[in-house]
Design a protein around this ligand. Sequence first.
Ligand code: GLA
Length: 729
Amino acid sequence: MHSPRVIHLTAGDVSLVLAAFSDDLPVILHWGARVTATDQDLEAFALAEQRPGLGGISDLPYRPSVLPEHSRGWFGRPGLSAHRGGAGWAPAFRVDTIAVDGTPVPAGVIQAGAASIQVDAHDEHATISVNLEIDLTTAGLLRLRSSVRNDAAEGAPLEVEDLMVALPVPTRATEMLDFSGRWAHERIAQRHRVVRGTHGRPSRRGRTGLDATTVMLAGTPGFSAEAGEVWMFHVGFSGDHEHALERGDGTLAFRGGELLLPGEIRLDPGKEYVGPWVYGSHGAGWDAASARFHAFLRGVSRSARRDRPVTLNVWEAVYFDQDAATLTDLAERGAALGVERFVLDDGWFRGRTDDRAGLGDWQPDPVAWPDGLRPLADRVRDLGMEFGLWVEPEMINEDSDLARAHPDWILRAGEELPAQYRFQQVLDLTQPEAFAYILGSLDGLIRDIGVSYLKWDHNRDLVSAGHPATGAPAVHEQTLALYRLLDELRARHPELEIESCASGGGRVDLGILERSDRIHPSDSHDPIDRFDILRNTGLLVPPEMMGSHVASRVSSVTGRTSDLHFRCAVAFLGHFGIEWDIRELSDGERDELATWIARFRRLRPLIQTGRTVGGGEDDPSAPSMRGVVAEDRGEALYTVVTPRTTADTLARIRFAGLDPAKRYRLTASVPDSLGPPWQVPDWLRAPDLDDDGPAPVFSGALLSTAGLEFPTFHPERAVVVHLRAEEAS
Ligand code: GLA
């Protein structure tokens, strides 16, 4: 028996044990809770798990590597599906090198902290090589990706149909949670049992998708925000992609990667295809797993260290009906409320009086804006705010000067243009001239007007998106062109911030989030739906990277009415802002909104750095909760929402994440009515959030373990609770 190469990486409370037997691709023997073991223990463990497999005398199933191979007896979906004119479709890879942080690993055991593993392997007969990168970050987040190269010196291209990496999960994870959704109601939870076969969530929309799952979770029975063992999975790609969980004979694994269209990747000799990063996070409860994603994003975000400015977006105030006087008036009113960033939404560019025309003509409309946008932007800055602008750079209306001048810049798979979708088509960014036009237009706007923030929208799915000249599929290259465009703009403008919007939350993934500063989680600001959208999207995205706006009393999407306190309280734990016609505010509403804005400005250091608790789906008959707790557990904020009308008048809520040894001063913003006064517990008569005077003090142990009773009598009410640890005396 060959002695295996064993690599054990640890970060925080996570361990990854990987073994490579002889020169086979490595297998993950353990990904989960941290283990402590000697080199000798690890070697014995790896050897004990070695199986003769298909090549020996055994009919034991093959243990899939991170890139499972059909040639070795894997009968699920192979990691790589590729061929060269029908040949070379069953490669058997031989490992050339395995390295940790660039240093080759000989036989034996390597133990390290957060590190990066690289594996190079090839199949001589198929003349294909693959490379694997497997990283464990300091926050304990696992990420891996694979690439494939055509090693032939000449001849037919290598057609890559599929490159999906696998992350094994123990079969004791028998339940799973993933998300579906639609326009204006993204990330609807579905909880179900793991069954044999594959639960796949493909997305072929050319954008992440309003119905995309964002994350997929598997866990031990009854797993929740705080309990059970949880494995969370995410594919960080903004084009076509798939999340899947596959249960086989003794195996369970997440599989993920890019979904390729027929003939989309044809590698000429020497060429390579690199799949997207896929991510895995393990934790005791999903809040712990989600915290690793948040730490990762906060680490790569270049705006994470800046206070999130209170935003006024004017979409729901004026829609397409723009003029300088109205928008200046809105800016002045916003500044008076304490707004710090003013965002001019759709409707400002040439011919854009509705959504049928104008996309592509990125110059201010001469009728609505005879003097251009600069005077408005200057006024916004004079008022002490930043100026932001809506754009939809990947799109084009057939009714635009750009489409008339360059009909060959529209993606299409055949002679005919694809069906319109919101009256628009997709601009082919893979063509250098089209790319240069858009880059130049955006760069010019940023410089001429002084734009510090782009709301970057993407309002249609990609249908029959081929390169116009050949009809060949273009989604993969279009997605990479988008990334190049964002990277270039950010390189030219290091202070520029970008919001990823796609009809709401249709483009939420780490591919885009590594290049942007926040997302627009949904077009629905209805606080009832929005609370769940924020909570579920928040499994991946930290609160300060989710736009969270207070909109009109009657929701423009659901038609439901909710009072201002409820709307503000639900929006509070996010990147707070307004999306409402603030000209219609009564004096009372203006004061109330200004109070919430001032509160956000005071408490945002906690919101934008704290650890999220209470994320994910919940019991619909109990109050729902989202919270953020400071890293040192010295301070916390929670939004508690009453459930739909239920059989219970009162329910207990526990304040997760607190330090049991600390005592916390409690203040709260409570709506006028939570139920008949005699049913409201005394603790809810605590001083208001802004009150620095005496306040009740509670033990962290009791708040987080026993909890406090909460009235559930009136639905559609929310309370924001602020806890601050008493100084030790
Ligand atoms: C999309 C966005 C909205 C708004 C409109 C403008 O629907 O999600 O927020 O910007 O486009 O057309």
